[in-house]
Design a protein around this ligand. Structure first.
Ligand code: J9N
Length: 392
């Protein structure tokens, strides 16, 4: 892989001569060339910046040295065309996914800007000849693109086959399966009075696997809740404490109107209790069913309810399963269904629920969850009943 870096501070990239990247260069796996942008100036002062048109603070990098530098690099490519990466706080986020994409390219050019940025026409002009990506390392401001380029080159180069030796295994897990890594320990077994978690020296490999997975979940919830599915981040596990009360009725009524519009459309009918019932009826339902709500920062975003059937003490009825429209598709509904099933009391043998005959999405989800449609009309006109054996 070939990498060219254009900068007014070539010394900033000196670390690329060290460690594994340096060795990979020595072994011919990486061809990294750092160029001084000032070599492409034509005035005695080697000027690379000027004041911004339209006013404002700071200086802008002049287009001419950049145009000449990029032309010179591309001219030495023997007809090949590089992909241009421009570090900048306004770019697309640099992620492990983008690192993998860049690692598959034969040739990258990094254009490191300083000051308030590079004249936009440089990017516009380059884009007529090559793929250009403005890429941000994160939401903070650096003095220039050099440190960002250094980080990106390292993240990309280590993915190039052969760059990492056998000793330095490819650890990508943290940002591949979406959870942070578990904590690691080595000898001595006690250090400054702190013990290594006993499970790690137990020799019980199944227990170690489970402990590590639990640590990954805890860490991710604590440090990076944004990486967890909403169903986990919202703490569905703790739903037992979120039993709805009369104070939730207004929000529940509002949410169910929003959630059942799609059902009205799927069944070509507005005559659906969840859509039309009065707030008084919603409140009444709270007395007749056990209702659970999920709140996200105070906002009621999902709910489900369950009860032992008034007609059959062996049947656990589940109803009003709903997730706010903007949070659907994240597994919250499935988690809530699991939760409501798990709340079925000892002695019940059948799980029961009901949905519109035309509610194709619901029917698909319930079938996938193991429910089967009962023959004939459901409890309400235009609906079907579904049941599933409760696992003991
Ligand atoms: N992520 C990021 C890039 C930058 C740059 S590039 C050139 C100046 C500042 N800051 N933060």
């Amino acid at each position: 892989m070939r990498i060219d870096v254009l900068t007014i501070f070539p010394d900033y990239l000196a670390p690329l001569g060290l460690s594994l990247i340096g060795k990979a260069r020595g072994r011919g796996l990486l061809d990294v060339r750092v160029h001084d942008l000032r070599e492409h100036t034509t005035d005695a002062h080697r000027t690379v910046d000027d004041t911004p048109y339209g006013g404002g603070p700071g200086m802008v990098m002049k287009p001419e040295p950049w145009g000449a530098a990029l032309d010179a690099v591309v001219a030495r490519g023997g007809g090949a065309v590089p992909r241009l990466v421009v570090p900048g706080p306004g770019g697309m986020p640099f992620t492990q996914l983008l690192a993998r994409e860049l690692a598959a390219e034969p040739w990258l050019v990094f254009a490191c800007g300083r000051y308030e940025g590079i004249d936009e026409r440089v990017i516009e002009d380059a884009a007529t000849r090559m793929r250009v990506s403005v890429v941000s390392l994160g939401d903070y401001v650096l003095n220039g693109g050099e440190v960002a380029a250094l980080a990106m080159v390292e993240a990309v180069a280590r993915l190039v086959p052969g760059v990492l030796g056998n000793a330095e295994s490819l650890v990508e897990e943290s940002h591949v399966d979406g959870l942070l890594e578990y904590p690691v320990y080595t000898k001595p077994p006690v250090w400054r009075g702190l013990e290594v978690p006993p499970v790690l020296v137990s020799g019980n490999h199944a227990a170690i696997r489970e402990w590590r997975h639990g640590q990954r979940l805890r860490r991710t919830a604590a440090r990076r809740p944004d990486l967890l599915h909403a169903s986990e981040a919202l703490g569905i596990e703790g739903l037992g404490t979120l039993v709805a009360t009369a104070g939730d009725a207004a929000e529940l009524g509002t949410l169910q109107r929003a959630c059942w519009v799609s059902e009205a459309m799927a069944n070509d009918s507005l005559d659906i209790p969840s859509l039309t019932e009065s707030m008084e009826t919603v409140r009444q339902g709270l007395g007749e069913w056990r209702t659970w709500v999920v709140r996200d920062s105070g906002r009621l975003v999902a709910s489900v309810r369950g009860r032992v059937s008034p007609d059959d003490p062996q049947t656990w009825e589940i109803g009003r399963l709903m997730v706010a429209p903007d949070l659907q598709g994240r597994g919250i509904g499935r988690a809530l269904l699991d939760f409501a099933e798990g709340a079925a009391p000892e002695g019940t043998t059948t799980l029961w629920l009901n949905t519109g005959r035309g509610s194709a999405d619901n029917l698909r989800r319930y079938k996938r969850a193991g429910y089967r449609i009962l023959a004939g009309e459901g409890r309400y006109p235009g609906t079907v009943d579904l049941t599933k054996r409760r696992r003991p």
